[in-house]
Design a protein around this ligand. Structure first.
Ligand code: SAM
Length: 275
């Protein structure tokens, strides 16, 4: 009889977040497959777990999955963990889980921490529907295309982001998605946990004035307002952008795009105000 493949969630910062069941499964597993053996060894030492570790990451996934599936078919149990959080959520594990399922090997999740639900649950943004886009592209052109794709989704948008790209990403969000509420969750469950809320340009300004932008980030973006439900009028929306240093022409373009208007419409509104 085949062994079971356990997909085990581990803490995303605070070690107290591991579940009793995760500790038990990791103690009982014949093999633990992990991304970085040194990282997982620290976790196992903390909980006094000794179990053979094998590395399983993006670069050896194919060969390693074949070896681990053979072990499972020989009746051994395997626990997959990632460096933090839930495996397969923007982390390795997909290949082995898919192939185990195809071969009829039992796969069992051991649920626990993940940055996605942790961030969303405390964000104050609507949670009735959300889209998780994983990491946005590293290059701005591609990232903008991805944002464009989700523009009209009737859902909160959730992305993982790195500290060195967060400001650039916020600028792209401002440009493509416009004036929406954004919440950034940083360092969840850690000493410097914080949730920042504002428009994308407000948050960009807040992070840019810090001496260094550090930590791990989840970016959440409220859905597009229903037509006519913008927090600011057209004139104020343009004024807000220009007060942040956006050129008037770009501000007009952005406000027009957000509201499905032509630039001409926006200019007319602005001129009407002057008269
Ligand atoms: N599998 C993990 C999970 O379940 O959340 C995610 C792994 S992914 C490689 C790492 C990214 O997750 C980070 O760049 C960050 O965007 C997000 N993340 C992980 N831990 C976090 C934390 N404590 N606070 C905020 N974001 C976190």
């Amino acid at each position: 009889m085949s062994g079971t493949l356990y997909v085990v969630a581990t803490p995303i910062g605070n070690l107290d977040d591991i579940t009793f069941r995760a500790v038990r499964i990791l103690r009982e597993a014949d093999i633990i497959a992990c991304e970085d053996t040194r990282q997982t060894r620290k976790l196992l030492d903390h909980f006094e777990i000794s179990c053979p570790l094998v590395s399983y990451h993006d670069h050896n996934e194919r060969e390693r999955a074949a070896q681990l599936l053979a072990e499972l078919e020989n009746g051994r149990s395997v626990a997959v963990v990632s460096d933090a959080g839930t495996p397969l959520i923007a982390d390795p594990g997909y290949r082995i889980v898919k192939e185990a399922r195809e071969r009829g090997i039992p796969v069992s999740p051991i649920p626990g921490p993940s940055a996605l639900p942790a961030a969303l649950s405390a964000s104050g943004l609507p949670t009735d529907a959300f889209v998780f886009g994983g990491f946005l592209a590293a290059k701005s052109g591609q990232r903008r295309k991805e944002l464009e794709k989700w523009k009209d989704a009737a859902a909160t948008l959730v992305f993982y982001e790195t500290p060195h790209r967060i400001c650039e990403t916020l600028r792209d969000i401002a440009e493509i998605l416009g004036e929406r509420t954004v919440v950034i969750a940083r360092e969840i469950t850690k000493l410097h946990e914080e949730f920042l809320r504002g428009t994308p340009l407000e948050l960009e300004a807040e992070l840019s004035k810090r001496p260094a932008v550090k930590g791990e980030f989840v970016v959440m973006i409220d859905r597009r307002s229903a037509p006519g439900e913008f927090a600011l009028g057209i004139e104020d929306a343009v004024a807000e952008l220009t007060s942040r240093g956006v050129a008037k022409m770009d501000a007009v373009k952005q406000v027009a795009r957000e509201r499905g208007l032509s630039k001409h419409d926006v200019y007319q509104r602005l001129e009407g105000r002057l008269r």
